[in-house]
Design a protein around this ligand. Structure first.
Ligand code: FAD
Ligand code: NAP
Length: 341
């Protein structure tokens, strides 16, 4: 193992988290491959410092300077490992940016990831919360991944079943900091089976005059919807949905509906109802709220935003006020989605 890791001290993380929160990392390095990852973990152990692995920083809320070696995954590489009867096995390194990876798969003629277009972040972080949008989650096209066990230093292969994917959840989220994901493999197809029945996807395609959409058309439609509704982190700091959509009992959902007939909820197979957290927050009057530079997006109440100089603690304090208000008004507990450090 040749020594190539460049470790810097006192690095601002403002450019490395999409909230744009200005905290410092005690140490910072980028991993361009497995050797760098191993060197960083050894460096951390030698200096008695934890190692915090990040990708694009689009699902983080940093509340103070990070007393750790922050390791940004920057490994690159996309390859078709196997193709048989129109079914492809495509592998990508953890540091590959997610949306360009989706575009590359579409350019290679593979469908399956189009509904997950324009999600920020990296391939390596995508399994962490089983990223999902417009009716598709990565578990639907996931094949396997390779991760490093930070406890033993050994490599481990994870099958779909091993990952224990759930709604914005996985074994990697449950066992935080144990597994470092190095590369992920997806089972994609050359014959498209499109998912258009979710939210405004079909209407958007109709408006685009497309009757028989291709996967590329679906990707374009989803990009257009997202660009209209979601703030671009390059312009307005945010980490996407700040709260998960809560799953509640049918009784609680019915009780809320009596008072708020417009309640947006989706019955689940297990009898629970998934409520649209954004709707609850909007009803409670938070949409567009701003205090200092911490605020709630004016077009989507589920997204907290940094108008410029908000600190992580200010954003966290706003999130806690919203949680308390929603609990009091609706009896519903909102769980935060971003990872807090
Ligand atoms: P980071 O924020 O860098 O890290 C997230 C977590 O993963 C951290 O705990 C980190 O320690 C860990 N981690 C990162 N890389 C690795 C690795 N290689 N191995 C092990 N652990 C790792 N999410 C959705 O699910 N659906 C959406 O539609 C969606 N839309 C979004 C829209 C916007 C505008 C924004 C800002 C965010 C959105 N998100 C969405 C959230 C976010 O983009 C995803 O969760 C994304 O997968 C995070 O990737 P990242 O590389 O930025 O991870
Ligand atoms: P939306 O279309 O306004 O819908 C509001 C919520 O209702 C969504 O969160 C979605 O839940 C749910 N929903 C809508 N149609 C549904 C259906 N047919 N069946 C079941 N549930 C349905 O949501 P949005 O904020 O614009 O986001 C659109 C999609 O992108 C959603 O899938 C959302 O999860 C995803 N997204 C995620 C993030 C993030 O950071 N996690 C950020 C932006 C967008 P689900 O969230 O469970 O899909």
């Amino acid at each position: 193992m040749s020594v190539s890791l460049q470790v810097q001290s006192g690095v601002s993380l403002k450019a490395f988290n999409t909230f744009g929160v200005d905290v410092r990392a005690q140490l910072f390095a980028e991993a361009h491959g497995d050797d760098d990852v191993r060197q960083a973990l050894a460096y951390g152990a030698e200096h008695d410092l934890p190692v915090l692995v990040i990708g694009g920083g689009s699902n983080l809320l940093l509340t103070e300077d990070v007393q750790a070696l922050v390791l940004r995954m920057a490994s690159r590489g996309i390859r078709i490992l196997k193709e048989d009867c129109g079914q492809g096995l495509v592998e990508a390194e953890a540091g590959e940016p997610w949306h360009p990876f989706v575009q590359s798969c579409l350019e290679l003629g593979f469908s399956g990831l189009e509904n997950l277009s324009l999600i920020p972040g990296t391939v390596g972080a995508a399994p962490m919360q089983n990223i999902g949008a417009y009716g598709v989650e990565i578990k639907d096209v996931f094949h396997s991944l390779t991760a490093l066990d930070r406890q033993t230093g050994e490599l481990r292969e994870f099958s779909l079943e091993d990952c224990q994917f759930g709604y914005r959840d996985s074994i990697f989220k449950q066992q935080a900091h144990r597994w470092l994901i190095l590369r992920v493999r997806f089972a994609l197809s050359r014959s498209a089976s499109l998912h258009l029945e979710y939210g405004p996807v079909r209407q958007r395609l109709d408006a685009m005059g497309i009757k028989q959409p291709t996967p590329v058309d679906v990707s374009r439609a989803i990009c257009a919807i997202r660009r209209e509704k979601l703030p671009d982190p390059a312009v307005l700091g945010n980490a996407g949905s700040f709260f998960k959509n809560p799953l509640v009992t049918a009784e609680l959902s019915d009780a809320i509906k009596l008072r708020y007939p417009g309640l947006v909820g989706y019955p689940q197979a297990d009898g629970q109802v998934k409520l649209a957290a954004g709707w609850l927050i909007e009803q409670a009057g938070w949409k567009g709220f701003r205090e200092g530079d911490a605020g709630v997006h004016a077009l989507q109440a589920l997204v907290l935003v940094n108008h410029g100089q908000a600190t992580g603690l200010e954003l966290l304090s706003l999130a806690r006020r919203i949680q308390a208000d929603i609990a009091e008004r609706f009896g519903v507990t909102l769980e935060m989605e971003p990872n807090l450090y």
